[in-house]
Design a protein around this ligand. Sequence first.
Ligand SMILES: Cc1cc2nc3c(=O)[nH]c(=O)nc-3n(C[C@H](O)[C@H](O)[C@H](O)COP(=O)(O)OP(=O)(O)OC[C@H]3O[C@@H](n4cnc5c(N)ncnc54)[C@H](O)[C@@H]3O)c2cc1C
Length: 425
Amino acid sequence: MNNNYNLPRNGKERIVIIGGGFAGLKLSRLLADSKYQVLLLDKRNFHQFQPLFYQVATSGIEPSSISFPIRKVFQKYKNLHFRNTEVLEIVPSENKVITSTGDINYNYLVIATGVDTNYFGNKNIEENSLSMKSTAEAINLRNNILESYEKAILTENANEQETLLSFSVVGGGPTGVELSGAIAELKNHVLPKDYPELDFTKMKIRLYEAGNRLLNGMSDKSGKNAQQFLEKLGVEVHLNTMIHDFKDNIIYLANGERIPCKNLIWSAGVSGRQLNGISAEAYTYGKRLQVDRYNKVCTYNNIFAIGDTCYMETTSYPKGHPQVAQVAIQQGKLLARNLTNTDWKPFEYKDKGSMATIGRNMAVCDLPGVKFSGRFAWLMWLFVHLMAIVGVKNRIFIFINWAQSYFTRDQNLRILIRPFRKVVA
Ligand SMILES: Cc1cc2nc3c(=O)[nH]c(=O)nc-3n(C[C@H](O)[C@H](O)[C@H](O)COP(=O)(O)OP(=O)(O)OC[C@H]3O[C@@H](n4cnc5c(N)ncnc54)[C@H](O)[C@@H]3O)c2cc1C
């Protein structure tokens, strides 16, 4: 067996897991003391807590508070190994993974690579818009927001100023709703103090959604309440509105309208990450890997897929599961159980509810049997997200940041840092 990664030779069967997100990390931890040698591969050396990206983008919390080094999680386990590498290809006929740092063989392979932003094939939108699918992108968004204001203050051209000050968010799911709300809070409470020379009545925050409601995955009531909260904060919500193109700082709407815009944030969809070497038949809707009820990729015997990247149909979810953290965690948990037992159990998703926050004291919450919104929902959102963060230090830091901004109505982290690489002649 290929052992390029200098792993201990202990005669154990090897499980290679690709991706240390919610699904892969849960699975690795639960297999820590098992009969397998577990190797986790990730192109990042940290786990990222995606639900709070929008707070990094709007200067609410530090990127390090929502990132957790994978090696720290693995410190106490002898049987868990991590390699920081990008998987380039799978060779199922040889049970081999080809990575940017070498090849490695597996007995079982688990693909937990999550999803990417889906631009629906529009290259202009892909090149010109901003997205928020990684910590790096969230920092980039933060920089763009701050840079826009620094540029706006330098220009006397009223139209240019309005274009620089305004933000358009595409996609009325939780990401779009939470981000628009957070930008509105910045506009209402923070930015006018930093830039007293600017006229903030010119700052428009527009949220575009192609469907006829917000938060499609939640109840009608929550969708309507979220819209009301956003409008109260000053966000223009445009339902039934498709973005056709975005170039030269102009949004082209499908109805022919053109909107000048410098900052377009795209959160309108995701699609799976197709891995070279995995047969095309294994992929289905949204480039997701079709799996059976045991998360086994249908065309292979020893390859599994869990989390956002997989597609599983059940009686309760005939069109696949929602791409949310709880599904990923529960699939990771069950696969760990199945791989270490002889009686395999089929996956059944236990929906614990969903929630989205819009602003201070404004959130919507759908729990099994009860739907509510407002302050209590907001407090519940804070508590649930705080508890879900990996690492005690991160929880404490986030709590301090939240408490501080609650009482001061300020966001302290408006720091513009661009990576700088010194060119050596
Ligand atoms: C902005 C945003 C907000 C969200 N808010 C919520 C929310 O409020 N509640 C909720 O439940 N869900 C939310 N989600 C969805 C949730 O984050 C996902 O459902 C969850 O992360 C899926 O977990 P996963 O393990 O499948 O994938 P991920 O967590 O995406 O992990 C995938 C991992 O695979 C690694 N990887 C990918 N390709 C390779 C490769 N080729 N080689 C090596 N490593 C690779 C990546 O680096 C990453 O670490 C949000 C998502 C986003 C983007």
